[in-house]
Write a protein that binds this ligand. Structure first.
Ligand code: FES
Length: 505
């Protein structure tokens, strides 16, 4: 078992592995969708159902990215967001954000029923709670704004099922939770039944401009299409500068067997690093999923974050065993709203969606519906609010400046993690050695062999940090991750493997 295997999510371990063939020859279609997460599969299904010829290309497997490592909550209650949106953008934008989330939830419920997808879809209330009396005012304001835009909000004085005291909670009724990976696999099968062609193990490395669009893959095959939807979490193409308008956050999850009953609601704390709770049905009975301990991707010590998450959990619950551990990451937009629409600033035939702030299941579903409409040359009512071309720095200027100043520092390769000599590495450890353009990322595997690559991220050249839990090289700038043994891309926006250390090109 590899280090990565030890951190597979419960969802990945409890679903079959999909096996669609890799692309083996050039082809033509109406729309290419790149990336088989929630946005890509939903868009492919929708377009195929409308009669479009769709090719879905996925670098690994369906749901191998964020969707297979989520908490599986489907909700329009996204922490505390509506009061801030109303203040920053006005009530109408807050209303559209809520409407899109509720519509995404309804679409998922419909698709589960329509296709009989076996994914443990369960309607549940969702809570954002505070343990401190001082947090109550913000919750009251959130309820007030949410109710004013017709969301199913109320203030709960307590959440009876939680075994620790809370001061108050925002409560949204009739929300949902599910097994996101089994849902996605079922929806992909439905898309194929509607005529969609799916290729896994097919990494896209570029999209040429012009008509038709030429989608180039790693092995040299090309797919020509009238429109392209880039649904790769953060777009793998650099054109929209999305990497400068979002930042990647990594967070952690545990699947826990409790000695007592598992609370059946969905919960999120209002702490500055929020903690997430929900029940998960398993073959062995109900388990508790605990998530949290977020930090900027490529920074910090993942092992310490797992320990802190376990400490937080044991302080509040009677833990019998921890059965799964995993981590995931998502991209946070600088102004709270996702980016859905044209791959700004270039033409209408390249479309994308990103920046879901860890709430990508309901909103990602609605984003996919929006992208499908745009790909078919139609307008969509939500497109203006989420338009990637919006110039909304006024609403997120502080975070925009902070994140990009931090990225600038990483380009010149400052080190927050103490360097070591490669001779000092024990099995399972990694370090960056050397200086300037010659910096190398060196990892010693369990057999004692050293693996050495250029330490420069193949996206835009930041110096990588070693992830001591999953044994990957993680980029502190925009979240790309690379396998420490073979240098392959684990997570984009990078599409090229790390260069061999002896070949710094
Ligand atoms: Fe952009 Fe590494 S992900 S430089």
């Amino acid at each position: 078992m590899t280090a990565a295997d030890s951190f597979r999510s419960f969802w990945v371990d409890s679903a079959p592995t999909s096996s669609y063939p890799a692309l083996a020859a050039d082809s033509d279609c109406d729309v290419v969708v790149i990336g088989a997460g929630i946005v890509g599969v939903t868009a492919a299904h929708r377009l195929s159902s409308e009669g479009a010829r769709v090719t879905l290309l996925e670098a690994r497997h369906i749901g191998a990215g964020a969707t297979g490592y989520t908490t599986g909550k489907v909700s329009s209650l996204n922490g505390l967001v509506y009061a801030r949106l109303a203040e920053d953008f006005g009530a109408e934008t807050a209303r559209v954000y809520g409407e899109a989330n509720e519509a995404g939830l309804a679409t998922i419920a419909d698709l589960v029923a329509q296709h009989g997808i076996d994914c443990d879809f369960r309607r549940k209330p969702n809570f954002t709670y505070t343990e401190s009396a001082g947090g109550r005012t913000a919750l009251e304001r959130e309820v007030e704004v949410a109710r004013s835009i017709d969301l199913p909000a109320g203030l709960a004085e307590g959440a009876e099922e939680l075994p620790f005291p809370i001061a108050a909670a925002v409560r949204f009724t009739d929300q949902a939770e599910f097994h996101a990976l089994r849902y996605l696999q079922g929806l992909a099968a439905a898309a194929v039944s509607a005529g969609c062609t799916i290729h896994e193990q097919t990494r896209v490395v570029g999209v040429g401009r012009g008509k038709p669009c030429r989608v180039a893959t790693e092995d040299g095959s090309v797919v020509r299409a009238g429109a392209v939807i880039v649904a790769t979490h953060l777009p793998i193409l650099d054109r929209g500068l999305f990497f400068a308008r979002t930042h990647a956050e990594r967070s952690y999850a545990l699947l826990v067997r409790l000695t007592g009953d598992v609370p059946q609601g969905m919960y999120l704390s209002d702490e500055s690093s929020a903690h997430s709770l929900r029940a998960v049905p398993t073959k062995g009975g109900e388990r508790l999923l605990v998530g949290g301990e977020s930090h900027k991707a490529g920074h910090g010590d993942p092992v310490a974050r797992y320990e802190e998450l376990e400490r937080w959990t044991r302080e509040r619950f009677e833990v019998e065993a921890i059965e799964h551990r995993w981590a995931t990451q998502d991209h946070i937009s600088h102004d709270l709203l996702p980016f859905v629409g044209r791959l700004w600033p270039f033409g209408a035939s390249l479309l994308t969606a990103t920046g879901f702030r860890k709430w990508g299941l309901a909103m990602g579903t609605s984003a996919a519906e929006t992208l499908a409409e745009l790909a078919l040359g139609r307008k969509h009512a939500w497109a203006d609010a989420f338009d990637p071309a919006r110039l909304s720095l006024r609403h997120g200027l502080g975070s925009f400046v902070k994140e990009n100043a931090d990225v600038g520092a990483r380009f010149v390769g400052d080190r927050v993690i103490k360097r070591r000599r490669q001779e000092e590495l024990a099995p399972g450890e990694g370090t960056v050695v050397g200086a300037g353009l010659g910096q190398r990322a060196v990892y010693r595997d369990d057999s004692g062999a050293l693996h050495s690559f250029s330490a420069r991220c193949t996206h835009l050249g930041c110096i990588l940090n070693f992830n001591s839990a999953e044994r990957t090289w993680d980029c502190p700038c925009h979240g790309s991750r690379f396998d420490a043994t073979d240098g392959g891309v684990v997570e984009g926006p990078a599409v090229r493997p790390l260069a061999d250390a002896d070949d710094p090109s």
